[in-house]
Design a protein around this ligand. Structure first.
Ligand SMILES: C[S@@+](CC[C@H](N)C(=O)[O-])C[C@H]1O[C@@H](n2cnc3c(N)ncnc32)[C@H](O)[C@@H]1O
Length: 294
């Protein structure tokens, strides 16, 4: 496995630790209804042994228990802190929580009747994405169902053009800065700052291609566009301004960044921003999938 992957994963784990610290059972329960509706909408009524990869706070497992009470679940996450939170909100006897990297899962073939993946795949480059989907297909039983919900780019065409040109310009800048980043700590932060190392959004066509390579039958595909929350955006910009003002960066940098934040306020008055977009794939492991894998 690549060292950049490890450095980025370590940063992700520490970000997840901070996020989990701010979580409360009340906050999770507020979002629970939406998750229950998601499973109902996609008729993800499961039984037997169910796996949730990148389980985070355990919210999806909690939602699954409320619509399919007779299940035994396994939640996998790389973050110990997230699993500790999930442990506190999930039924003890029927839940197994495992700390592992999803790129090498510790389960034998055909263990699960269903697999749920929510907002986890997009953190991985295509090579690992192929490995993850391959592993998940292997541990799914015949006729098993997998539900995948991931953030998506709004326009694949725009995103691809942007990615190519950003790579060109950011690579040039990165090569200049790289020579000066001596400590490994600075270096790993560069991995999260500089967009050339990002895999933050999912291209639906690429995910579809990988699912088909694994002979999974696509039963349902949907693009979901959320409504943009203007009030939240206004609050966010106000918080950013506060952070800039309180920071210890030089005054001229503060002025520059505050101007930029003020411009965001101005644009927000003129433009209706697009809401977040996500995709849902519901796939099935068929007899054909099995035959070709043997
Ligand atoms: C954005 S959160 C989503 C959590 C949850 N599935 C949800 O929908 O609320 C992504 C989760 O995936 C976990 N994760 C990311 N990469 C992982 C990996 N390679 N192996 C296991 N867990 C991973 C993170 O620790 C985090 O808890």
């Amino acid at each position: 496995m690549n060292n950049v992957y490890f450095a980025k994963k370590l940063l992700e784990i520490s970000e997840m630790k901070n996020k989990t610290r701010k979580l409360s059972i009340k906050k999770v329960k507020e979002k629970l209804k939406k998750r229950i509706n998601k499973f109902r909408r996609y008729r993800f009524y499961v039984n037997g042994r169910v796996l949730d990869v990148g389980t985070g706070s355990g919210i999806d497992l909690l939602a699954l228990f409320s619509i399919s009470p007779k299940i035994e679940v396994v939640g996998v996450d790389i973050s110990k802190k997230a699993l500790k939170f999930a442990r506190d909100i999930l039924p003890k006897d029927e839940t197994h929580l495992v700390q592992a990297d999803v790129t090498s899962l510790p389960f034998i073939k055909e263990t699960f009747s269903a697999v749920n993946v929510s907002y986890m795949l997009h953190h991985h480059p295509p090579k690992l994405l192929r490995r993850i989907i391959g592993n998940l297909t292997a541990i799914l039983r015949q006729n098993g169902i997998m539900l995948i919900n991931e953030p998506s780019v709004e326009s694949e065409a725009d995103a691809l053009r942007e990615e190519i040109y950003t790579l060109k310009y950011d690579l040039k800048n990165y090569l200049k800065v790289r020579r000066k980043a001596s400590s490994t700590d600075t270096q790993s932060h560069l991995y999260s700052l500089v967009s050339i190392f990002d895999y933050d959004t999912m291209y639906p066509s690429l995910l579809k291609q990988i699912l088909l390579e694994n002979d999974l039958k696509i039963e349902h595909f949907e693009i979901i566009t959320e409504k943009f929350d203007r009030e939240e955006a206004k609050k966010l910009i106000a918080t950013i301004k506060m952070q800039i003002k309180r920071s210890d960066i030089p005054n001229y940098e503060k002025v520059y960044l505050l101007d930029k934040s003020n411009a965001l306020d101005e644009k927000l008055k003129l433009i209706d921003p697009a809401g977040d977009q996500s995709i849902v794939f519901k796939v099935k492991k068929t007899t054909r999938t099995l035959k070709e894998r043997k």
